[in-house]
Ligand binder design. Structure first.
Ligand code: THG
Length: 367
C-alpha cells in the first residue's frame, strides 16, 4: 500500500509523539487530524481492550465551543434533541441536522455552563455550519475551535487507572456526566463516556502543552494494569452498534433512519433548524433504517465502500461497516436496509468484493 504524506494540513495532536513511541501501525484522517487505527492488530487490540485498559488519542474529536449569552439558544438550533432539562456537568449524544433534517454530525454536547458549551464532533466540518448560523441570525455568541483534545481511557480497568492519577473521586462520575479534576495545576473535565462499550472515561485535555505529561503519567501509573496505547476498534464498535458518521450515515440520512430517533424530541425542540422538515418525515416514518447484520462465512475484507444488499435480485440496502468478530464467531456489520426487509431474521444477500454472501438481519447489536 502507498503511504500518506504528512504535512501541516494533516494535523498532528498533542499526543502524537506518544502514539508513535507506542508503535502505531496505521492512521486514518478525521477532521483533518491523525487518528490511530491499529497498534498490534485489529484482533490483538480488540482482545486487549476487552481485558485491560487502553489510552486513546482521540484529539480528532475536535470541540466546537459556543460562548456567550446566546450559546444555549444556538445549541438548540442545531439539534432536535430537547436540551431544556440539560444541566451543567452533563453530556448528551445529539444528532445535528440541517434544514432538510439531514444528519450533519452526531457529536457529544458538553454543557460547561449556561453560556459555555463544547460540541465534541464526528468527522464533518461542523464549525463552518455553526459559525454560519451564529452570524446569519446575529447571535450574541463566540464560536471557535479551542485547544482541547480528548484523551479516552477505555477498558475494564479504566477506573483503577484513572483513580491512581486523579484520585478515587473519578469512580463517582456517572455515565455521560463530567466533573473537574486537577493535573499539574490545571483543571480538566473528565467524563464517563467513550467510543466503546467496555466502559471508561474521556479527559478533555485543555492546553496542548500538558498532553505528553498526562500521557506519560497514565502509562507510568498503569504498568501493572497492562495499560497500552489503543484506538477506537472497528470490531468492538460494530459489535456495540456505535455509528460512524460518513461511513454508516451521511447528510442524506435523517436521525430516524440512523436509529437515533430516541435522541430526538422534535415536537418540543423549539428553534431546531431542521424541525419542520423532521416533523414532516417523522409523520410517515422512515422507509429505511440502520440494522445489525450478521454476514455468513469466513472473515470479510475491509468495507471501504458500501456493499449492495440484495434480495430476490433487487437492491434493498447497503453494508457500510463490517468485520470478523472473534467473540461472536461471525462477521458483524452495520447496514441500511429498506422497510420491506428490516424485520429481524430476514435473510438477505451481500455483494462483497469477494462475491455474494448470505446474511441475517438481527434485532439487536451484539453488545
Ligand atoms: N466521544 C466524544 N466525542 C466524539 C465521540 C465520542 N465525537 C465523535 C464521535 N465519537 C461521535 N459519535 C458518537 C457515537 C456514539 C456515542 C458517542 C459519540 C456513544 N453512544 C452510546 C451508545 O450508543 O451506546 C451512548 C449514547 C447515550 O446513551 O447517550 O457513546 O465517543 N467526546
Amino acid at each position: 500500500m502507498a503511504q500518506i504524506s504528512l504535512s501541516r494540513r494533516l494535523r498532528r495532536t498533542p499526543f502524537s509523539d506518544g502514539v508513535e513511541a507506542a508503535g502505531v501501525k496505521g492512521f486514518t484522517v478525521y477532521n483533518r487530524m491523525l487518528l490511530p487505527t491499529v497498534f498490534e492488530s485489529a484482533e490483538a487490540d480488540y482482545r486487549h481492550l476487552k481485558s485491560h485498559v487502553q489510552v486513546w488519542d482521540v484529539s480528532c474529536e475536535r470541540q466546537v465551543e459556543l460562548r456567550g449569552p446566546d450559546a444555549a439558544r444556538l445549541m438548540q438550533m442545531l439539534t432536535p434533541r430537547d436540551l431544556r432539562r440539560m444541566l451543567p456537568g452533563q453530556c448528551f449524544y445529539v444528532p445535528i441536522v440541517d434544514e432538510t433534517g439531514g444528519m450533519l454530525n452526531d457529536p457529544v454536547a458538553v454543557k460547561l455552563s449556561e453560556d459555555r458549551w463544547w460540541i465534541s464532533i464526528a468527522d464533518s466540518d461542523l464549525l463552518l455550519w455553526v459559525k454560519g448560523i451564529a452570524n446569519g441570525y446575529r447571535l450574541d455568541v463566540l464560536v471557535d475551535e479551542p485547544d482541547v483534545s480528548p484523551l479516552a481511557i477505555q477498558g475494564p480497568k479504566a477506573d483503577d487507572l484513572l483513580a491512581r492519577v486523579f484520585g478515587d473521586r473519578v469512580r463517582d462520575i456517572r455515565f455521560f456526566k463530567f466533573d473537574k479534576f486537577e493535573f499539574e495545576g490545571r483543571e480538566l473535565a473528565i467524563a464517563r463516556s467513550g467510543y466503546s462499550k467496555q466502559g471508561g472515561f474521556e479527559i478533555y485535555v485543555e492546553g496542548s502543552d500538558i498532553g505528553m505529561p498526562l500521557w506519560n503519567a497514565l502509562f507510568a501509573a498503569g504498568e501493572d494494569l497492562h495499560v497500552r496505547a489503543g484506538c477506537p476498534n472497528l470490531i468492538e464498535r460494530i459489535e456495540g452498534g456505535l455509528l460512524s458518521y460518513g461511513n454508516d450515515m451521511t447528510d442524506d440520512n435523517t436521525p430516524h433512519e440512523c436509529g437515533l430517533g430516541k435522541f430526538c424530541n422534535t415536537h418540543t425542540a423549539i428553534g431546531c433548524i431542521g424541525r419542520d422538515a423532521l416533523l414532516r418525515v417523522a409523520k410517515e416514518g422512515p422507509v429505511q433504517q440502520i440494522r445489525p447484520i450478521a454476514i455468513d462465512g469466513d472473515a470479510v475484507p475491509p468495507c471501504d465502500r458500501p456493499w449492495p444488499v440484495v434480495a430476490a435480485g433487487k437492491r434493498i440496502g447497503q453494508i457500510t461497516s463490517a468485520a470478523w468478530s472473534p467473540d461472536f464467531d461471525t462477521n458483524v456489520s452495520i447496514g441500511m436496509v429498506k422497510l420491506s426487509h428490516w424485520e429481524p431474521g430476514t435473510r438477505i444477500e451481500i455483494e462483497t468484493p469477494d462475491g455474494m454472501r448470505g446474511a441475517t438481519v438481527r434485532d439487536k447489536f451484539w453488545i
